[in-house]
Ligand binder design. Structure first.
Ligand SMILES: [Ca+2]
Ligand SMILES: [Ca+2]
Length: 390
């Protein structure tokens, strides 16, 4: 072969090779295109899912807020109509109806929440002892008479309401006419047969005939006496209230500043009538405390609320004198007390405020008295308290 022929052959070979390469690359590029298209499709699908998610999330949220408990809550009301109230009247129509009388808040004083000074300090005890030596003629006054009032402390109480006045004979008659004079703790709520005691007390001022109770004429508005702690508690509960605790009673009587009497810390020297105590009308009794030169106008009980000048800082009346008042508590030692007394425990309930047979030491706002819960005397009565949702 000539040199020219060889060159032509090489040229042809190269051309064939180039054509082959071109065809091959076309096939490859076709395959790549297919793969890319597949990838693109997958991507599109993924993207579709992603973009779907956000669209789903918001829609999911409303669905949840839409679903809420609201329907479930609105379902509850349908339960409320069902209750017994609608049934009760039908059932109680024949049996004894118990229409609990509602109380009137204007007849009560509101004692706001907060701290107050409870009990007596050393100076108060010394003062009480001095008053005892002045007021009691045939009595050896002793420091231990007053030591159950110690130690003095700051006590926090929530807000509550307390009756402005002592509970009256007329009010207790309404209670007895509905509930009867029941026996509790081994004694009747009211010792209706209690007779007068020539030295101290008058007899019961409520009479009963044919199961009906009524106050003796002229005593309607006097504080009830000869009522046991059980009777006092039952009455308060009947009115929708309760007995005050000893701490509540003391706060209602003296406010927050630790004063000795409801009206202040000194007994008036100008003859101002601040309450019904053992006064000149009681002079015939030699061996009790007696406030000489003081005349409150009554030897025994006075109508409730007679002495506005003796009101406590909250406007509560007769917190000193007239009748002493049952409190809910047992007679117990104050926290931190070093004073021992065999009467502490669960035998005696607290009475507060002193009565018309006591003088200055015993009508102090911190003075504590006690009696067995079944005992009823001509000098003891009560008032009620209540806590309301604020
Ligand atoms: Ca008196
Ligand atoms: Ca009283």
């Amino acid at each position: 072969m000539t040199k020219q022929q060889i060159t032509i052959l090489i040229g042809l070979g190269a051309a064939v090779f180039l054509i082959f390469c071109g065809l091959a690359s076309l096939v490859v590029s076709d395959q790549m295109t297919l793969e890319r298209e597949a990838e693109a499709a997958t991507l599109a699908a993924v993207l579709a899912t992603w973009t779907a998610t956000p669209t789903n999330t918001p829609t999911a949220t409303p669905t949840m807020t839409a679903t809420p408990a609201t329907p479930t809550i609105t379902a509850t009301p349908s339960l409320t109509p069902t209750p017994s109230p609608t049934n009760t009247p039908v059932l109680t129509d024949t049996p004894v109806p118990t229409p609990t009388p509602t109380f009137s808040l204007p007849d009560m004083a509101y004692i706001p929440p907060g701290l107050f000074t409870m009990g007596s300090n050393e100076a108060d005890i010394a003062h009480a002892l001095a008053l005892c030596n002045e007021d009691a003629s045939d009595l050896d006054c002793e420091r231990y008479f007053y030591e159950d009032e110690t130690p003095q402390s700051r006590i926090y109480l929530g807000g509550f309401y307390i009756d402005k006045r002592e509970v009256t004979n007329a009010e207790v008659c309404r209670f007895l006419n509905e509930m009867g004079n029941q026996e509790e703790g081994g004694a009747k709520w009211l010792d209706i047969n209690a007779a007068s005691d020539i030295w101290y007390y008058e007899g019961c001022k409520i009479v009963e005939s044919d199961g009906q109770y009524r106050p003796r004429e002229g005593y309607e508005n006097h504080p009830v006496t000869h009522v046991s702690w059980y009777g006092a508690k039952a009455y308060c509960e009947w009115t929708g209230k309760r007995l005050p605790t000893e701490a509540e009673w003391e706060k209602a009587a003296r406010g927050t500043d630790g004063r000795l009497y409801p009206w202040g810390s000194t007994f008036p020297q100008d003859g101002a009538k601040v309450g019904n105590f053992a006064d000149e009308n009681h002079r015939h009794v030699q061996f009790i405390e007696l406030i000489r030169g003081y005349d409150d106008g009554y030897r025994y009980t006075a109508p409730v609320g007679t002495y506005p000048a003796g009101a406590s800082p909250y406007g509560v009346l007769d917190m000193a004198g007239n009748v002493s008042e049952w409190c809910d508590d047992w007679y117990a030692a104050y926290q931190g007390s070093t004073f021992g007394n065999a009467d502490f425990g669960t035998t005696y309930r607290i009475l507060r405020g002193g009565s018309y047979v006591w003088g200055r030491p015993s009508i102090r706002t911190s003075a504590r008295s006690r009696e067995r819960p079944e005992a009823a005397s001509g000098g003891s009565g009560f008032r009620c308290a209540v806590s309301l949702e604020e």
